[in-house]
Design a protein around this ligand. Structure first.
Ligand code: 5GP
Ligand code: ZN
Length: 116
């Protein structure tokens, strides 16, 4: 846990969130500023700063985030695909330095990967 981390506070229940799923290792909750009709985040409960600092000691929780993505997306109505994004570091425009995977989707295709 990191004292000043928004997502650690969400894990601890100190900041409310609209939960999608929770178990001992991961938490999924809707993004406060959705960028698509369905937009939620999957995070490890343990504080991992970013994909850049993640390592092999965290492979179980990292694998779980990916392995659960499809099931959780379907639970939110995304039955025909979705996009995952993990923004990392300065170049990746990461805003919250607690690793998170965005799950985005809706009724229509999301379009190009990046806006130029
Ligand atoms: P990043 O740019 O770091 O990949 O994405 C951070 C995401 O966290 C943004 O999409 C932002 O809307 C979301 N976010 C930031 N603060 C909160 C919060 O307090 N609650 C929720 N549910 N989402 C948040
Ligand atoms: Zn954290």
């Amino acid at each position: 846990m990191s004292d000043n981390c928004i997502f650690c506070k969400i894990v601890k229940g100190e900041i409310p969130s609209r939960k999608v799923y929770e178990d001992d290792d991961i938490l999924a909750f809707h993004d406060i500023k959705p960028a698509a009709p369905v937009h939620f985040l999957i995070i490890p409960k343990m504080h991992i700063e970013s994909l850049d600092t993640a390592d092999m000691s965290q492979q179980l929780v990292l694998g779980k985030m990916l392995a659960k993505a499809g099931e959780l997306a379907r639970s939110q109505g995304l039955t025909d695909g979705f996009r995952t994004i993990v923004n990392t570091g300065r170049i990746g425009c990461q805003e919250v330095y607690h690793l998170h995977m965005h799950i985005l989707g809706g009724p229509n295709p999301l379009g190009v990967m990046l806006a130029h």
